[in-house]
Design a protein around this ligand. Structure first.
Ligand SMILES: [Zn+2]
Ligand SMILES: [Zn+2]
Length: 284
């Protein structure tokens, strides 16, 4: 029997002291990024990807109430220098990949493409995530900001089930457009749409086939998937943001899967690792 592939001891989705709006610590956590790295080493991780939120396009109509989830354009270079400096200073202790969490924004693929290409000399990889859905001309709906913004986005889509379908269809389309293809790239928290699942339990009968289409697109274009554990910490979710039939499809298609804590605080690095390993091993 072939050996069961195991999950690499790599936290592939970690924020930093530049996080402008940590979920638990508004306006970022004051702890220096090195506390995140120390925590990773103490748990036996050998690799970490720093993936701060990349700037949105200029004048983008960010629908989140605080407009501070992403780095500003002026903060991007200091963040990249900071991450690249840590990559050097921690060499031999921890393999640090310099990354960005880039928003997938339908119609703004040129922004993502030029951002990634401009910084390809510094960046090791990209986590590409869908946080906002287009609702109309210059109108966007938030998936994950709050239950209220999720409910409003669902209302605009027609229903929660319609929003869930639209989210998965948009993921597959964005993977096909492949704006970040000049660097290794991973789909961030594929099932982020579950963040408020306990409040909005409606599902769509098409969901499993749409989730499989996302995985097929990832396989065709060489993306990996973020086995993101942040949902375990969210009071209205309690689930991994990649699991069940979607994760099983990833195993079948041999799409690489990387655990991600999505830590916004040092002690969140590595959180949910054992649950992620159990889900991964149970899905093969
Ligand atoms: Zn994200
Ligand atoms: Zn993140």
């Amino acid at each position: 029997m072939p050996p069961i592939p195991s999950l690499p001891r790599w936290d592939g989705h970690v924020h930093s002291q530049f996080a402008p709006h940590g979920q638990f610590a508004p306006h970022g956590d004051p702890s220096a990024t090195e506390s995140f790295l120390q925590h990773a080493v103490s748990l036996g991780f050998t690799r970490v990807t720093l993936a701060e939120h990349a700037p949105l396009p200029d004048a983008f109509p960010d629908p989140t109430p605080d407009h501070d989830g992403n780095l500003s354009a002026e903060q991007l270079e200091p963040y990249l220098r900071h991450a690249a400096d840590l990559r050097e200073r921690w060499r031999g202790r921890l393999d640090i990949l310099v990354g960005l969490e880039v928003d997938l924004l339908p119609g703004h693929e040129d922004h993502a493409r030029s951002l990634v290409e401009r910084h390809a000399g510094t960046l090791d990889e990209v986590v590409a995530s869908l946080h906002l859905l287009p609702l109309g001309r210059d109108e966007w709906g938030s998936i994950d900001y709050s239950p209220e913004t999720f409910a409003e986005t669902a209302r605009r889509c027609g229903s929660v089930a319609a929003l869930r379908r639209r989210y998965l269809e948009t993921l597959a389309e964005q993977i096909d457009r492949d704006a970040c293809k000049s660097l290794p790239h991973r789909l961030g928290h594929p099932l982020l749409v579950d963040k408020f699942r306990r409040l909005f339990p409606e599902t769509s009968p098409l969901e499993d086939s749409l989730a499989e289409a996302v995985v097929a697109a990832a396989s065709a274009h060489g993306w990996s998937l973020d086995l993101n554990a942040a949902g375990l910490r969210k009071p209205h979710c309690g689930m991994l943001y990649l699991r069940g039939p979607m994760l099983a499809a990833a195993r079948r298609f041999a799409v690489p899967v990387v655990y991600g804590s999505d830590a916004h605080r040092p002690e969140e690095v590595g959180a949910g690792w054992s649950e992620a390993v159990a889900e991964f091993e149970g899905s093969g």
